[in-house]
Design a protein around this ligand. Structure first.
Ligand SMILES: Nc1ncnc2c1ncn2[C@@H]1O[C@H](COP(=O)(O)OP(=O)(O)OP(=O)(O)O)[C@@H](O)[C@H]1O
Ligand SMILES: [Mg+2]
Length: 454
C-alpha cells in the first residue's frame, strides 16, 4: 500500500527540478518546488513536509544551510541531499548533520523513486510510532488501563459512573482482560481512595481457611489459631474489598458472605460479638455466574447482591484496534527492563498480532511482547518473534453452533475472507462486498487488515 507524502524539491537547475517534481507527482505525492535556498525556506515556514530533496550547491543559502534550517523548523522532515558526483564528502557531512540519505548526480529517475519510497515509508513508520507514543502517554488511558476502542471507552464510562457510588460492583470478563485493573480504578476513583484496597482471590484459598481469611478469628478458634487475627473485611475498613474469582466461592461461604453484606456486620470465628464493617465490595469472575446459578453452584440471592452494578471487560479479539496501542505500552515497559530500544513492530509483525485471536487476552499479549523483546536484537519486532499458535485463519461466515461474535467482528472476518479469496485485490474485494474502494480502504485500516503486499 503506497502513501501520499508532501515533498519539497529544491534545485536551481530547472529541468532537473521539474523532472523530479513530475516523477514524484506520478508516484502520487504532493510536490512543491523551489529554485534556491530562499524559496526553500519560505516553503518550509509555511508548510510541513514529510520529505525534502535538497540540492547541495545553490545560489543564496546552500543545501547545508537549508538542511540546518529545515531540521530546526520541523525536525520530523526527512531530508535527502542531491550532490554532484565530485562532492561525496559533503554528502557524508550532510548525513552527519541529520540528512536521511543522498542522491548523487547524475541519477536515474528509478533511483529517485526507490530512495523516495524508502524515505516515505520510514517517515510513515516514525509518524505512526510517535502518534502511538503520544497516545499512550497522554490519552487513551484510564488509570492504568490502556485502550481507545469504542468498547473500552464504554468501559471507562461505566467505571466513571460506578466508582463514586457505594454500590457493590461485579466485574465480568475472560481471563487476562484486565479485571484487576478495573477493580483498582474503581477504588482509585471512589471517595474511598484514601482508604485501603484489599484483595483476595476466593479460588486460591483452601476452603477450610476461607472463613477466617474473610472474617478473622480469635486465638484458639481452631487448631493453629495462635493469636487473634482480623479478616479482610476488617482490613478493608473505610476502603474497598476486592473479592476476586467470586465464582469459586463454595456454597457454605456464599451464605456467610450474603449475611455479612446484608447486615454490614461480621463475626470473627470463635467470637460471639458482631462487628460493624464499612467496606465497599467489588468482585470479579471469569465464569458465567448466571450459568453457575442455573446449575446450582451459585446462590441467586448473593448474585443479585453482588451484581448491583456490573462491568463487562471485553475480550481483546473484540477490540483489535487497541492492539497497536498495547504493543507500544508494553514496549515502553519491557525496553528498559531488558536494556533494549525497540521501536515498534514491523508492519508484517503487526499484521500477525492483529490477526491472532488472543485467548489469553491482554495478559497473553503482554507475555508475547516480553518474550519478543528478549529475542529481537534488531530495531523492530518481527513476525518470527511471535510463534503464535493458531494464526487466526479467517472464517468464511458464521457457522451454525459456532462462536457467537459481534456484528463488527463478523464484518472484520468477512472482509479478511474476501481479501484472501481475491488475493488482496482491493477493487475486486470492494465490488464483491458492494462497498466503495475508499470505504474498504478505511475498514482495512480500522481493522488492521493491511497485510504486506505479497
Ligand atoms: N487495558 C490494559 N492496559 C494495560 N495493561 C493491561 C490491560 N489489561 C490488562 N493488562 C495487563 O495484563 C495483565 C492481566 O490483567 P489482569 O490481571 O487485570 O487480568 P484479569 O482479568 O484479572 O485476569 P484473571 O481473570 O486471569 O485474573 C496485567 O499485567 C495487566 O496489567
Ligand atoms: Mg485477575
Amino acid at each position: 500500500m503506497r502513501h501520499s507524502a508532501r515533498i519539497l524539491v529544491v534545485d536551481d537547475e530547472e529541468d532537473l527540478r521539474l523532472g523530479l517534481a513530475e516523477t514524484l507527482q506520478g508516484e502520487g505525492h504532493q510536490v512543491e518546488t523551489a529554485g534556491d535556498g530562499w524559496g526553500a525556506l519560505e516553503h518550509a515556514r509555511a508548510l510541513r513536509f514529510d520529505l525534502a530533496l535538497v540540492d547541495l550547491k545553490m545560489p543564496g543559502p546552500d543545501g547545508m544551510v537549508v538542511l540546518d534550517q529545515l531540521k530546526q523548523l520541523s525536525p520530523e522532515t526527512l531530508v535527502v541531499m542531491i550532490t554532484g558526483h565530485a562532492t561525496v564528502e559533503s554528502a557524508v557531512a550532510a548525513m552527519r548533520l541529520g540528512a536521511y540519505d543522498y542522491l548523487s548526480k547524475p541519477f536515474k529517475l528509478d533511483q529517485v523513486r526507490l530512495v523516495v519510497r524508502r524515505a516515505v515509508e520510514q517517515k510513515r513508520l516514525a509518524d505512526e510510532n510517535r502518534r502511538l507514543r503520544q497516545e499512550v502517554e497522554h490519552y487513551h488511558r484510564f488509570e492504568q488501563i490502556v485502550g481507545k476502542s469504542a468498547l473500552m471507552q464504554e468501559l471507562f464510562r461505566a467505571i466513571e459512573k460506578a466508582a463514586p457510588t457505594n454500590s457493590t460492583v461485579l466485574i465480568c470478563g475472560e481471563t487476562g482482560t484486565g479485571k484487576d485493573l478495573v477493580a483498582r480504578a474503581l477504588h482509585q476513583r471512589s471517595p474511598r481512595a484514601k482508604g485501603p484496597l484489599v484483595s483476595i482471590s476466593c479460588g486460591a484459598i483452601p476452603e477450610a481457611l476461607l472463613e477466617s481469611e474473610l472474617f478473622g478469628h480469635t486465638k484458639g478458634a481452631f487448631t493453629g489459631a495462635h493469636a487473634d487475627r482480623e479478616g479482610v473485611f476488617e482490613s478493608a475498613e473505610g476502603g474497598t474489598l476486592f473479592l476476586d474469582e467470586i465464582g469459586d466461592l463454595p456454597l457454605p461461604m456464599q451464605v456467610k458472605l450474603l449475611r455479612a453484606l446484608q447486615e454490614r456486620q461480621i463475626q470473627r470465628l470463635g467470637e460471639s460479638r458482631t462487628r460493624n464493617v464499612d467496606v465497599r465490595l467489588v468482585s470479579a469472575t471469569h465464569k458465567d455466574l448466571r450459568q453457575e446459578m442455573q446449575q446450582g453452584r451459585f446462590r441467586e440471592d448473593l448474585y443479585y447482591r453482588l451484581d448491583v452494578l456490573s462491568v463487562m471487560v471485553p475480550p481483546l479479539r473484540q477490540r483489535r484496534d487497541d492492539i497497536p496501542l498495547l504493543v507500544e505500552h508494553f514496549l515502553r515497559k519491557f525496553n528498559p527492563e531488558m536494556g533494549k530500544a525497540l521501536r515498534g513492530a514491523s508492519p508484517e509483525a503487526m499484521a500477525v498480532l492483529m490477526r491472532y485471536d488472543w485467548p489469553g487476552n491482554v495478559r497473553e499479549l503482554q507475555n508475547a511482547i516480553e518474550r519478543a523483546v528478549i529475542l529481537q536484537d534488531g530495531p523492530q519486532l518481527q513476525p518470527e518473534d511471535f510463534p503464535l499458535g493458531r494464526s487466526g485463519q479467517p472464517a468464511p461466515a458464521a457457522e451454525p453452533g459456532g462462536e457467537l461474535v459481534s456484528l463488527e467482528e463478523m464484518e472484520r472476518r468477512h472482509i479478511l475472507w474476501v481479501l484472501r479469496q481475491t488475493d488482496n485485490h482491493q477493487s475486486r474485494a470492494a465490488q464483491i462486498l458492494r462497498i466503495g474502494r475508499r470505504t474498504l480502504y478505511r475498514k482495512i485500516r480500522e481493522y488492521g487488515l493491511d497485510l504486506p503486499e505479497e
